[in-house]
Design a protein around this ligand. Structure first.
Ligand SMILES: Nc1ncnc2c1ncn2[C@@H]1O[C@H](COP(=O)(O)OP(=O)(O)O)[C@@H](O)[C@H]1O
Ligand SMILES: [Mg+2]
Length: 383
């Protein structure tokens, strides 16, 4: 029997099926409130970007329903074979899209924080904020709000044409939000940054500061344990919550907090429990080592891709930085000293590492951490 609940292998498409991500949803509602029509979801491979897209769109649809605003959503998984024309005809199914068409043009409506965030001292939860914003939009004549997600957008081949579509959206379609995601969404964003810098000021002005970012991070220890404990319960695995928590902790110590690895470990262990009626240490170790190996292989191939893309020196720079970060935080300054890298090269490599989700920088404390044990071990323990 396949695993259920949190450990289910097929795509989770409803908000109720996923754990956590409240902070990311909050961020999403803020970007929408501020009228940022391009929103980039970033994070390390398998951390839950695609899952978040489906789940948050589901939650937005439901919130829309509550206030009587129609929300239409569409997710495209880019794979390098689509053309802009195909994309267009696909989108035509959900929205009356044509560059000449005025159907989408909303006369006087300007989406922006001034217009859509109700004033007052009230503090917003994501749901109350979104409901208030949706209500305002509806009052200003927006009948339908569209969300299009382009997942793995770095694989979309006709980038220039896609950018033209974005320009059209920025200048004429105000009730459409575009979510960009993928493990290399940053390379796509870099392309956009460079392209917009060359464009006339009207378009680049519209673009600048309009792209909102959402960072997906691995679960921390408490979250991982809670997630796994509930997952075991969903699958009727192990006897008591105490046992579940104990095994959960061991899983986290071994494979870290990237949801995909937790799901895999949780499901494998549940299946083994159901088959043997118990989980012994040997079996547990075997399952966890297998997953660890798989995760390491994935990182290895990703680092190769990075080196291919940014040149071989980045390989060394990244290695030096990663090895300089202990299994707790380090100050940015100390790290720079440790690596002995020239400022510019250090900054560049730090940028790439942040974008791939390999490090997290605390902007105020000026410290750096590695958010995941497997990533840490990959750089520190491999010869
Ligand atoms: N918040 C979450 N709650 C439950 N399961 C999750 C969550 N985030 C990710 N997962 C699971 O982790 C796996 C990887 O998620 P996915 O969205 O494909 O990652 P990404 O798109 O970042 O590569 C999937 O099996 C998914 O079901
Ligand atoms: Mg994905």
């Amino acid at each position: 029997m396949p695993c259920r609940g949190y450990f289910k292998n097929s795509e989770k498409k409803s908000w109720d099926e996923i754990y956590g991500r409240e902070g990311q949803f909050d961020k999403l509602t803020q970007h929408i409130s501020k009228g940022r029509q391009l929103i980039a979801i970033k994070g390390v491979r398998r951390v839950g970007k695609s899952t978040f897209i489906w789940a948050s769109l589901d939650r937005l649809e439901r919130l829309g329903k509550e206030v009587g605003l129609e929300i239409k959503t569409h997710v495209v998984k880019c794979d390098g074979t689509q053309t802009i024309d195909e994309l267009r005809s696909e989108l035509y199914e959900i929205l009356p899209f044509s560059e000449e068409s005025t159907a989408m043009k909303l006369k006087e409506v300007t989406i922006g924080v001034e217009n859509f965030i109700p004033s007052g001292t009230m503090t917003f939860t994501p749901d109350t904020r979104m409901a208030a914003v949706f209500r305002k939009m509806s009052e200003s004549g927006i009948g339908t709000l569209y969300f299009i997600a382009l997942d793995e957008v770095q694989d979309f081949e006709e980038r220039e044409k896609l950018m033209k579509f974005f320009n059209y959206v920025h200048s004429s379609v105000q009730n459409l939000f575009i979510i960009l995601s993928g493990s290399q969404v940053t390379t796509f964003q870099e392309f956009l940054d460079a392209a917009y810098n060359k464009l006339d000021s009207v378009h680049s002005k519209k673009y600048k500061g309009r792209i909102g970012g959402i960072h997906m991070t691995p679960f921390d220890m408490a979250q991982s344990v809670e997630f796994l404990t509930r997952g075991f319960r969903d699958n009727k695995a192990l006897e008591t919550d105490e046992q579940r928590k104990d095994i959960a902790l061991q899983i986290y110590r071994h494979v870290g907090g990237i949801p995909a690895w937790l799901v895999e470990a949780g499901c494998d262990i549940s299946e083994a429990y159901i088959e043997y009626g118990e989980i012994n240490k040997l079996l547990l170790d075997e399952i966890l080592h297998e997953i660890e190996r798989e995760a390491m292989t994935k990182i290895e191939s990703e680092i190769d891709t990075i080196a291919e893309m940014y040149g071989a020196t980045i390989y060394d720079d990244i290695g030096r930085i990663m090895r300089g970060i202990p299994n707790y935080q380090i100050s940015r300054k100390k790290l720079l000293e440790y690596t002995g890298l020239e400022d510019k090269r250090f900054e560049r490599a730090m940028e790439i590492l942040t974008d791939y989700g390999y490090i997290i920088e605390d902007e105020t404390a000026k410290t750096v951490t590695i958010p995941d044990v497997i990533i840490w071990r990959f750089f520190h323990e491999r010869s």
